[in-house]
Design a binder for this molecule. Structure first.
Ligand code: AMP
Length: 289
């Protein structure tokens, strides 16, 4: 490791020891943005928020094998290290943690972090074992980086709630901050997986945001019957020939319990397969989008 000039040179830590050494020299407070790379404006919005609220910024790039199921796209997950590093450098990131899978998951590792309850439904039900992988890797990254604050996207609403719950339940000494979903100009939520969409599918994918706007409109017009809102969303999505609904949910914003009637706020979330990729999106009714 060379001499450190943290004010104007981005450092790359490819081992846990290197990260810990760099961490000791970072001015407090430290903001942290965990990612799986193939960065887009959604990720960069988290980095900018971390930059604005902290003296130092650490981002990690790690495609975490334990959160992918056997039929998921772990091997095919898009990667572009060079472009990621250039984008993070342009945002004045101080340290990039890019750990080796063999160091993150030694063959004899046998400990997991599990958040019960909140992980039962939605992505937890659709992807068994997914959240165990997410909470385990995020807890490990928190232990390695020791951030003051960490930043997650509302795009993955259940993930953000699960991480907040983990941090609270396990007395982790950091703040978990959730940032708004960044969208393409036509409304599609940005995602690393959008790269899988061919031009026809890219057009069809707009139906996710359109159906959420329909839910918002019905709610604004006074509709409180969750079943009715979900039916209308389903009808709209089914008119899109390339779409296959995985689930549509209207749930309590803190417990994720499915709602019949919307009393206060609600999290409307959906997953729709458009061609190969499963696309996720959500909106909060009765609160900030
Ligand atoms: P990923 O690389 O997919 O694991 O995402 C890393 C972080 O970026 C997570 O906290 C995501 O919720 C967040 N993120 C992904 N897409 C968006 C988006 N369109 N807007 C805001 N945050 C996002």
């Amino acid at each position: 490791m060379g001499q450190l000039h943290l004010s104007n040179t981005m450092q790359i830590a490819s081992s846990i020891a290197e990260m810990r050494e760099l961490r000791r020299q970072l001015p407090e407070p430290v903001g942290f943005v965990p990612t799986m790379g193939f960065l887009h404006e959604g990720h960069l919005s988290l980095v900018r928020r971390a930059r604005a609220e902290n003296k130092s910024v650490v981002a990690s790039i790690f495609v975490n094998p334990t959160q992918f199921g056997p039929n998921d796209d772990f091997e095919a997950y898009p990667r572009d290290e060079e472009r990621d590093l250039a984008q993070l450098e342009a945002e004045n990131t101080d340290v990039i943690l890019m750990p080796q899978p063999s160091e993150m998951y030694p063959v004899d590792a046998s400990s997991w972090v599990v958040v019960e309850g909140l992980t039962d439904g939605l992505e937890g039900a659709a992807r068994p074992g997914h959240f165990r992988g997410v909470t385990t890797i995020v807890a490990k990254l928190f232990n390695i980086v020791e951030p003051t604050r960490s930043y997650f996207g509302q795009k993955d609403a259940q993930q953000a709630l699960v991480i907040q719950k983990m941090a609270k339940d396990l007395n982790m000494n950091l703040e978990v901050i959730v940032c708004p979903t960044v969208r393409e100009p036509d409304g599609l939520a940005m995602s690393s997986r959008n790269v899988y969409l061919n031009p026809d599918e890219r057009r069809s994918a707009l139906v996710l945001n359109e159906s959420l706007k329909l839910a918002q409109q019905l709610f604004d017009d006074g509709e409180r019957d969750a079943g009715l809102i979900k039916r209308k969303m389903r009808e709209m999505i089914e008119r899109e020939p390339k779409s296959e609904i995985d689930y549509i949910s209207i749930a309590d914003t803190s417990t994720l319990a499915e709602l019949d009637r919307i009393e206060d706020g609600a999290l409307v979330s959906l997953v729709v397969k458009i061609g190969k990729p499963r696309l996720l999106d959500n909106v909060i009714l009765g609160g900030p989008a």
